[in-house]
Design a protein around this ligand. Structure first.
Ligand SMILES: [Zn+2]
Length: 182
């Protein structure tokens, strides 16, 4: 049993992965780290993350106009997001270079996830607007959620006993190592 499960008294979802991530999702639901407004200076995490180093920001790869980052509130282990550096909300606002690199980095994300984790399938897509489920609606981000049969995940690779921040750092390192160059 991992530490998080013990803290929660063994209650909750039927697989260890979901129990493991519940504290992060709770922080999200409680509004921690959410922007206070729609502008880039209103605490937008996607504007702040690129200012951090890769390990601190959980950044897997940096391109010219987009970057790839691990989701702190993942729906599955290895949940990535491809994000333009520019603070824009809608897909139609992407310029041609951003459109091209977002597509290219989506492809590389799939390759890295297959290589690092043996992902068998993916959910890829955009939630545009708060009504569509976008958590940070003001700054476009493309989700890439790896899927496995039965949704086993990175846990067999990383182990069940590490604390959450270390797990995220390990996952980031695995994906950064697997990232296809050029
Ligand atoms: Zn932003």
């Amino acid at each position: 049993m991992c530490e998080v499960e013990e803290e929660r008294g063994g209650a909750g979802a039927p697989d260890s992965f979901q129990r493991l991530w519940t504290p992060h999702r709770m922080a999200y639901i409680k509004g921690e780290g959410k922007p206070t407004g729609a502008g880039p200076e209103d605490g937008c995490p996607f504007c702040e993350i690129p200012k951090m180093d890769d390990v601190e920001g959980l950044i897997v790869a940096r391109g010219d106009v987009v970057f790839v980052v691990l989701n702190l509130y993942p729906y599955n282990s290895g949940h990535l997001m491809v994000v333009p550096y520019r603070h824009i909300a809608d897909y139609t606002e992407l310029d041609p270079a951003e459109t091209a690199e977002l597509a290219e980095f989506t492809k590389r994300s799939l390759t890295a996830l297959r290589k690092a984790s043996g992902a068998q399938g993916f959910n890829v897509g955009l939630n545009l607007g708060g009504v569509a489920g976008a958590g940070i609606a003001a700054h476009l981000h493309q989700h890439i959620v790896p899927r496995w049969g039965g949704d086993t995940n990175f846990m067999p690779v990383i182990g069940h006993t590490k604390v959450l921040p270390q797990l995220l750092r390990d996952t980031r390192q695995l994906l950064a190592d697997a990232w296809p160059k050029g």
